[in-house]
Structure formats: C-alpha cells, structure tokens
Design a protein around this ligand. Structure first.
Ligand code: ZN
Length: 305
C-alpha cells in the first residue's frame, strides 16, 4: 500500500512535468519576411517565428503551401501587412486553420498597416483592370519610420497575448527602438543626396520609401499595380522620360527585371534592384541590413548629381 502510493506520487509528478514544459515559446506566424524579422527582434527567445513567404516571392501573388496550414493551426499570433496585401490567400488559410485565436478582430490577429498612415488611398474604391492596391498602398515596410510605428504596436500586442512576459517585451522594444533611432539618424544623413532625385519604378512598391527620402517618381512601368508592363505602355514611359528625365529604374528582388532592363537600355539609365524586404539581397540579412543595402544601391546609382 505504501509502495503503490509512492508510485502514484511519482506518476503524478512525471505527468505534471510533461504538461508544463520548461519553455513554451509563443508561436508567431508572420506573412512576410519583414514582420517575421520584427517579431524576432521584439520577441527574442520568447517567440518561435515562422514566416509564410520569402523575399523572392511577389507578396500579391502567393500560393499558400499546404505546409502553412499546420503552422497556422498552432499559431498564437499572426503578424501580417493587411491592407489587402494577403487578400488572395490568407482568408482561406485562416478559415481552414480553424484557429480561433488568429481570426480577424481577435488579439492574435495583427495587421501592421492598421498602425501607419497609408499612402495612395483611392478616393473611390475601384478594383477595375486588376488594380491590386485598391485599399491603399500596402508596401509600408519600405519606410523605416513605419517600422518604428509597427514595432510599438506589435510590442503592445505581444504583451497582450503573452502577459506573463510583458516586461521582457517592453525591455526588448526599448532596446530595439534605441538602435532603430540611431540607424534612422544615420540613414537620413546618408540619403541626403537622393532628395529630389527622379526615378521610374517597375511596380508602385516604393511610395513610402520615396515619401521618406523625397524621391520623385516620374513614371511606373506597370500601367496599374499588378498589371504587367505592355509594350505600348513602355513606349509611353520612354516618351515621358524625354520631358521628365529620370536617374534610374527601380525594381524589387522578387521581380522579373526585363521591363526595367528594357528601359535601362532604351533610356540610358541604370536598372537598380533593391531588396524590398529582409532576404531580398545578401546585404538585407535583417531589418537594419534591409535599409543599409537599399540606400547603398540607390546612392550608387543616382546619388551624385
Ligand atoms: Zn503592390
């Protein structure tokens, strides 16, 4: 009798140990690499980040892989851009996940675009002719000031969904914000020669970047966001450049460079690839590298008069 009580006691102890793992990280499901990187900055070893897409994929055209479903099912917090960027795949994934925590309106659903001032918001909602920016420009990560705003909001959300570690998230946010402010001051100084520089963009992906740096976009190679550049439209852009010359044609690492290359050859301006998100180029290893490398590439192509 004595012995069996002891065995039961041991079993109870063992079961309790299994039920309470020493370290249960908060599972974060990030839609894009920039938000995965930010969640990692703010969460450190308190979070286990899984990123749904990579820098060489067009964020508008992603096919959700079946393996994403398992990760969505177990996620505690979803961190995406919002502003309809993931409209083509996320609603179905959320529905199929059956995960109540990460549905829109829940604490576990975080849309970064809700926390910044959106640009290119149309006066009238119009999805005609394949415009994929009908809810305003969703590419908010191209301005480091937006990253700072999203960091504040995301840290608050992490504190909300993982209240036991609230003070850790506050400390990590303070550390990140200090390093980010220093970097921003450096970038502002470095980027001064880009102010007023005229460029052509392949996709309307850099409205926030240009707003930050004072760059002027004189033409876009896609006739509408998400619509492939046609030969006729490219000729029109070339004609525009005769009266409004540009210093370079900018495209993202994930894009087919042929349209920018064509313009480069015909207008005699360099085609400049920028990382667009973390992982887009070798230099863009993290959020800091993303802006270091973007500025370096823009300055190299067009920073001198
Ligand atoms: Zn877009």
């Amino acid at each position: 009798m004595k012995l069996s009580k002891k065995i039961i006691g041991l079993l109870v102890t063992a079961t309790a140990a299994l039920a309470l793992p020493a370290h249960a990280a908060l599972k974060v499901f990030a839609c894009e690499p920039e938000w995965g990187a930010l969640a990692q900055e703010l969460g450190g070893n308190l979070v286990e980040v899984s990123v749904a897409t990579n820098a060489l994929q067009d964020p508008h055209q992603i096919q959700a892989r079946p393996s994403l479903l398992a990760r969505a099912r177990s996620a505690d917090l979803l961190v995406c851009t919002g502003a309809e960027l993931e409209a083509g795949w996320l609603p179905l994934l959320l529905q199929q996940s059956g995960n109540a925590r990460i549905q829109p309106g829940q604490g576990g659903h975080f849309a970064a675009a809700d926390f910044v001032r959106k640009l290119d918001v149309p006066a009238r909602l119009d999805r005609a002719l394949g415009d994929v920016h009908a809810a305003g420009n969703p590419h908010i990560q191209t301005d480091p000031r937006n990253i700072a705003l999203v960091a504040q909001a995301l840290a608050a959300r992490l504190q909300q969904v993982d209240a036991a570690h609230a003070s850790d998230y506050a400390a990590r946010l303070a550390d990140f914000s200090r390093r980010w402010s220093q970097a921003l001051a450096r970038w502002n100084t470095q980027a001064a020669p880009l102010r007023g520089v005229a460029v052509v963009s392949q996709h309307k992906a850099y409205a926030y970047l240009y707003d930050w740096l004072g760059i002027r976009e004189v033409a876009v190679l896609e006739p509408k966001p998400g619509v492939e550049p046609s030969a006729a439209h490219l000729q029109q852009v070339l004609a525009t450049l005769k009266s409004s010359p540009a210093r370079m044609a900018v495209f993202s690492a994930y894009q087919d460079p042929r349209a920018a290359d064509w313009l480069s050859k015909n207008a005699g301006v360099p085609a400049v690839k920028i990382p667009f998100t973390v992982g887009g180029t070798d230099g863009a290893k993290d959020l800091f590298g993303l802006f270091d490398d973007t500025l370096q590439r823009l300055l190299q192509a067009g920073g001198q008069p």
